[in-house]
Design a protein around this ligand. Structure first.
Ligand code: FAD
Length: 383
């Protein structure tokens, strides 16, 4: 006799895990399944040389939502990591986001007034060249917003690598604003809270899944059916649970009946380096077009600070390459252009008709979400 769960949760990512935790707190029983060999979805870390390596890309938790921050901290404490990426352009280093340190490195200016004057002059030059007309592409838009120097050195090459297209062939709307800080503040996020779980993201996932049944290497579509009476050897999900929580790709759920949604993806080249400190920072962006990768992540800096770095004699780095997504690759970023949004809307309308199924998370919503909004979404669903 099969066990009857209250919820069958498809996807052991952050969304599925927070819901499983809340369901258990509410006295409900759930089975969490994931097609991957591990739980955690994209926040999963692999330990290499004693370092937690962010296997699916660097993840920094940040939020201004106190409810979300208190919730994740009730599962695991967070460290004091503050994201302050550097940019490397032709061997010279610049602080990000654009702030007084960047302007000092770029122009040698030491006061906000001096920096404002140069920015204003550069913007004016671009306006003159464009004779007051609207920007026609991303290149013109960025130069209008920030002037030539920062565009050429810190935006152009990086953006072209990210999108695999020239900035002059990308639409202007991609860059709406380019915030500048007239203070010496390298903290990338404006949020009130940020950090990395002490002991790594797997601690957060393990804490959320404590005492919950989980089945890995289990693809929902291979083992369960949406039909009441499946004609193959699958079983109807209803036989094992009252409700289904689905956080996989929404187009796949509906058998791609309107067509496939597109994604952008990133590939990683991860190596172990025989030095305790390779680049002195977790994130260094390579903004030069000639260097094929977009950034190098040095994972130990997320969790080891000061002299602690040297207790671990090696380091692990990942070079990131922006890659065009092909079926079978990890779907990382939704392509929220008009065609894909329209397609996603059609699938969302189908999802809204399902009464026993809760859809959520980044793949089922086909939206780019940071971790905090995913936690918030999962905290707000009525269990
Ligand atoms: C490269 C990259 C960097 C990021 N950096 C940050 C950052 O710095 N800060 C931040 O806040 N956020 C960041 N994010 C966003 C963050 O990863 C997401 O917000 C979060 O992981 C979403 O959780 P989720 O549960 O919705 O999705 P996922 O983590 O994708 O989990 C979905 C799970 O469902 C499983 N699944 C799918 N289909 C099936 C099926 N048919 N059967 C069984 N299982 C299935 C998948 O295997 C996966 O484990 C980043 C994302 C990417 C891609």
């Amino acid at each position: 006799m099969m066990k009857k769960y209250d919820y069958l949760i498809v996807g052991a990512g952050l969304f599925g895990c927070v819901l499983a935790y809340r369901a258990k707190q509410a006295g409900k029983r759930c089975l969490v399944i994931d097609k991957r060999p591990h739980a955690g979805g994209n926040i999963y870390c692999e330990t290499i040389e004693g370092i937690n390596v962010h296997k699916y890309g660097a993840h920094i938790f940040h939020t201004s939502n106190k409810m979300v921050w208190d919730f994740v901290n009730s599962i695991v404490e967070f460290n004091r990591y503050t994201n302050s990426p550097m940019a490397n352009y032709q061997g010279r280093l610049y602080n990000l986001p654009f702030n007084m340190n960047t302007f000092y490195q770029m122009w040698g200016v030491t006061t906000p007034a001096q920096a404002e004057a140069i920015l204003a002059e550069q913007r004016m030059d671009v306006q003159k060249q464009m004779h007051g007309r609207e920007p026609q592409n991303l290149e013109e838009q960025a130069r209008l917003l920030i002037g030539n120097d920062i565009y050429e050195k810190l935006i152009k090459g990086y953006t072209e690598k990210q999108w695999g297209r020239k900035c002059s062939n990308l639409p202007a709307f991609i860059i709406k604003r380019l915030p500048v800080r007239m203070t010496f503040d390298n903290n990338y996020f404006n949020d009130r809270f940020q950090g990395i779980p002490i002991g790594g993201y797997n601690k957060l996932i393990d804490g959320l899944l404590d005492g919950i049944d989980i089945k890995l290497n289990c693809n929902f579509f291979d083992e369960y059916s949406l039909q009441e009476k499946p004609d193959d050897n699958k079983i109807c999900w209803h036989e094992i649970a009252h409700k289904l929580i689905y956080s996989g790709p929404i187009d796949e759920f509906f058998g791609y009946r309107y067509g496939e949604l597109r994604y952008r993806t990133v590939s990683f080249e991860t190596t172990i380096e025989d030095t305790p400190n390779y680049q002195g920072n977790a994130v260094v962006n390579y903004t030069d077009r000639e260097i094929p990768f977009t950034r190098i992540i040095e994972h130990k800096h997320f969790e080891m600070f000061g002299s602690d770095l040297y207790n671990c004699p090696k380091t692990v780095i990942s070079r990131e390459y922006s890659t065009e997504w092909q079926p079978g690759m990890e779907p990382y970023y939704p392509v929220n252009d008009a065609d894909n949004n329209e397609l996603a809307d059609k699938y969302r309308q189908l999802a809204a008709l399902e009464t026993d199924i809760i859809f959520g998370g980044r793949l089922a919503d086909y939206r780019y979400y940071d971790m905090a909004p995913v936690v918030e979404q999962a905290l707000n669903i009525q269990i």
